[in-house]
Design a protein around this ligand. Structure first.
Ligand SMILES: Cc1cc2nc3c(=O)[nH]c(=O)nc-3n(C[C@H](O)[C@H](O)[C@H](O)COP(=O)(O)OP(=O)(O)OC[C@H]3O[C@@H](n4cnc5c(N)ncnc54)[C@H](O)[C@@H]3O)c2cc1C
Length: 444
């Protein structure tokens, strides 16, 4: 039987980032992933990281010619539902190949001493007197056991370890399915006319939750849509979008479909000898469902707390509780505010109201650039900006009650800012939170 300080389940962006942070502090870190190294990070191809985030999180920054690098662009256009009043902001981003970047992150973690075991599938926890002390995994037909002071679930949407917790372990075990996901469809298209190329900018139509963005091949583009509820709903909204927006003349090359969590995270991320993070903990941005770097905000807190806990030889729920308080009072509170605001306003704002917000100049180039240049990382500046204009558009005709949307958003933020410092008052806090989330409802 093997022993390690920290066992991480999942060797994609979240697992690799945490493994590096802990291995560089001198801990024995083992990461298991059910996929082979050749298959890791193949759930879809292209994703983006804002250029400034590489330095902020200290993560590898691929450059042109590296296998993970696909393209870069810095201009972001946002337009009304009839595409008549586009606005432009500046927010440099790097487009990356998911598989290649995941391999890069894994090798980076290994260079600090983390051990990654591929083709190793989590099966069950190992307990001692009801407390998690390790896990069993299956590799090449054999069951192996590994003991650890802490097990961290970074297994993404399946949340295999969080969902396998015994009842009463202190963390919600909800599955991620149906209304709790954002359904993303990416159409990789060839643009027939050179004049239509989008190598320098992306253009989004928030009313349709759709966009066109650069692709690794400069003659091509990615036309994306992300919608709630189902792929059928995404296809329906895409059809609506095509009736309003004239996309450049193109030929469809291929389609990728993927899902990303779109719901509030579990109220607590910790149990005795256990932590959940990344997509497994629903840490994606409320505005667009992106989760690579928003997960890293949480993982930074996890690493610092585990460092202290492992030094003190105490990885009990109480010792790990700081992860809950620090996260919930920071990005957790901001994301809750945004989720509530977006849900309240977007559910009620009409086509005409969106159109008016752009036409009237309420949404301006200056506003877009100011949002992108802001220094705040939690949440990303563009996130706040989008929420602001969506709210404005809703308020225009008075159809959306400014008071209700803002009251719910402010209320949930205040509650997260008052997250209990110890597990004792947690049950009562959850009851309050549950009541408020029920009022807020879900995005349509
Ligand atoms: C189409 C699409 C586009 C997106 N674009 C962006 C973007 O541009 N920018 C951005 O920041 N985010 C984007 N996102 C979201 C982003 O992909 C996720 O938030 C992020 O990949 C989550 O990383 P993770 O490491 O937490 O989980 P995952 O990447 O899902 O990794 C989980 C790992 O756990 C492993 N695993 C699962 N079960 C087991 C098991 N039983 N045993 C062992 N291992 C297991 C899996 O094999 C996997 O390697 C996008 C999502 C989609 C669907």
């Amino acid at each position: 039987m093997k022993k390690t300080d920290v066992l991480i389940i999942g060797a994609a962006s979240s697992g690799a980032y945490l493994a590096k942070l802990l291995a560089e502090r001198g801990y024995a870190v083992t990461v298991i992933d059910k996929l082979s190294k050749e298959k890791i990070g193949t759930k879809y191809d292209i994703f983006h990281i804002e250029t400034k985030e590489f330095e902020h999180f200290g993560i590898p920054r691929p450059v042109k010619g590296d296998p993970a690098w696909a393209f870069e662009f810095s201009r972001e256009q946002t337009a009304d539902p009839m595409d008549r009043y586009p606005k432009e902001g500046y927010n440099p981003k790097v487009g990356l190949h998911m598989h290649e970047y995941t391999v890069l992150m894994d090798e980076w973690a290994e260079s600090f001493g983390a051990q990654i075991v591929y083709e190793a599938e989590f099966r069950e926890f190992v307990f001692d007197e009801g407390r998690i002390i390790g896990a069993k995994y299956k590799r090449r037909g054999r069951i192996n056991r590994i003991d650890a002071s802490v097990v961290v679930d970074c297994s993404g949407i399946p949340a295999v370890a969080r969902r396998a917790l015994p009842d009463g372990y202190g963390i919600e075990k909800f599955p991620l399915a149906g209304d709790d996901m954002f359904y993303v469809v990416l159409r990789y298209v060839h643009l027939n006319r050179e004049a239509d190329r989008v190598t320098e900018y992306s253009r989004g139509w928030p009313y349709f939750k759709s966009w066109i963005a650069p692709c690794q091949d400069p003659e091509c583009a990615i036309v994306g849509i992300g919608a709630c509820h189902s792929f059928e709903n995404a296809d329906r909204i895409y059809g609506e979008m095509l009736r309003s927006i004239s996309l450049p003349e193109h030929e469809l090359r291929y389609i990728e479909r993927g899902v990303t969590p779109y719901r509030r995270p579990p109220y607590s991320f910790v149990g005795d000898g256990f932590v959940v993070s990344g997509d497994a903990a629903c840490l994606t941005k409320p505005i667009n469902g992106e989760g690579v770097t928003s997960g890293m905000v949480h993982l930074g807190i996890v690493a610092a707390t585990l460092d202290e806990a492992l030094k003190n030889g105490d990885t009990s729920k109480k010792a790990l509780w700081k992860i809950n308080t620090e996260y919930n009072k920071m990005q957790g509170a901001d994301f809750s505010f945004l989720r509530a605001l977006l849900t309240g306003v977007v559910n009620a704002a009409s086509f005409d109201e969106f159109e008016y917000a752009f036409e009237s100049g309420m949404i301006s180039d200056e506003l877009l650039s100011a949002g992108a240049e802001g220094g705040e990382f939690a949440p990303a500046p563009g996130v706040l900006l989008n929420a602001a204009y969506q709210m404005l558009s809703g308020i225009v005709s008075g159809r959306v009650s400014k008071k209700t949307a803002l009251k719910n958003a402010a209320g949930i933020k205040a509650l997260y800012l008052a997250f209990p410092d110890t597990p004792e008052r947690y049950a009562r806090w959850c009851l309050e939170a549950e009541k408020l989330w029920k009022k807020i409802g879900k995005l349509r």
